[in-house]
Write a protein that binds this ligand. Structure first.
Ligand SMILES: [Zn+2]
Length: 248
């Protein structure tokens, strides 16, 4: 079993690579024990949950009643799922009902899981550079707050995404973040190239909102080819799944 240390290890919290059924995933055991079923799956795991057989096995593996998926569009729409809603498109879910998992697919974009274990209330968002600059993670925090979550109790998990080591971007991306008043340090310059730190951009938004318990897997999808698909590395059209659910 691979144990993945995280940057902020003050509480001794660690991410762990584990598996259930056909799915191998990174998760935080302490959060799982607190009743928040969640995972950042590796590329070796089945990702086509439209296939009825795979869907059934996924539900069984994680003791779920149902899953919600949608077409991701790099926007800021966060859907609240409380009565079996099945939204067509958007980039975030807030889940109220127990046993329903929100699924986000990624292959370099950042999956962010948010939860307030004491409610309990959970959320998962798809944060690529467009969604991050447009504020999707803040939208999810606001939605959770309106439903009774408290920012000081919230825990944020930053999943695997392309890291600043590999995410070279052009001027249009810098301008987009600058317009939204993101700090300059989310970009790093090297040899006349500019690299975006997507995880720090989202962590900065979370801290600015008062969500301070942020745990970063610190895994780069582009570097870690054993585990993940990466669009930038050339895996066109292949994505891994990420999920969160309140255990039923
Ligand atoms: Zn990298």
């Amino acid at each position: 079993m691979v144990r993945q240390k995280i940057d902020d290890n003050r509480d001794g919290v660690m991410f762990e690579l584990t598996n259930s059924g056909d799915w191998s995933f990174f998760h935080m055991p302490e959060l799982a024990q607190a009743g928040i079923s969640h995972g950042f799956c590796t590329g070796a795991s089945p990702s086509d949950l439209v296939n009825e057989d795979a869907r059934r096995r996924f539900l069984d593996a994680f003791h779920l009643k149902d899953i919600v998926t949608m077409r991701q569009v790099h926007g800021t729409t966060v859907h609240t799922i409380r009565n079996g809603e099945k939204p067509e498109s958007g980039d975030g879910f807030v889940l109220v009902e127990k046993g329903i998992a929100g699924i986000i697919r990624t292959a370099d974009c950042l999956p962010v899981i948010l939860c307030d274990p004491s409610r309990p209330l959970v959320s998962i968002v798809h944060a690529g550079w467009r969604g991050t600059a447009a504020g999707i993670v803040g939208k999810a925090v606001d939605t959770m707050e309106r439903l009774g979550a408290a920012k000081e109790r919230m825990i944020a998990l930053l999943g695997p995404s392309i890291g600043p080591c590999c995410y070279e971007v052009k001027e249009d991306v810098r301008v987009a973040f600058s317009v939204e008043r993101f700090p300059r340090h989310i970009f790093q310059e090297q040899d006349n190239s500019m690299f975006l730190n997507l995880r720090e951009a989202n962590a900065w938004v979370l801290r600015a909102l008062g969500v301070n318990r942020i745990y970063d897997t610190d895994l780069c999808t582009c570097c870690e080819q054993t585990y993940f698909y990466s669009f930038r590395r050339g895996d066109k059209g292949r994505r891994q799944i990420n999920f969160v659910s309140i255990r039923g």
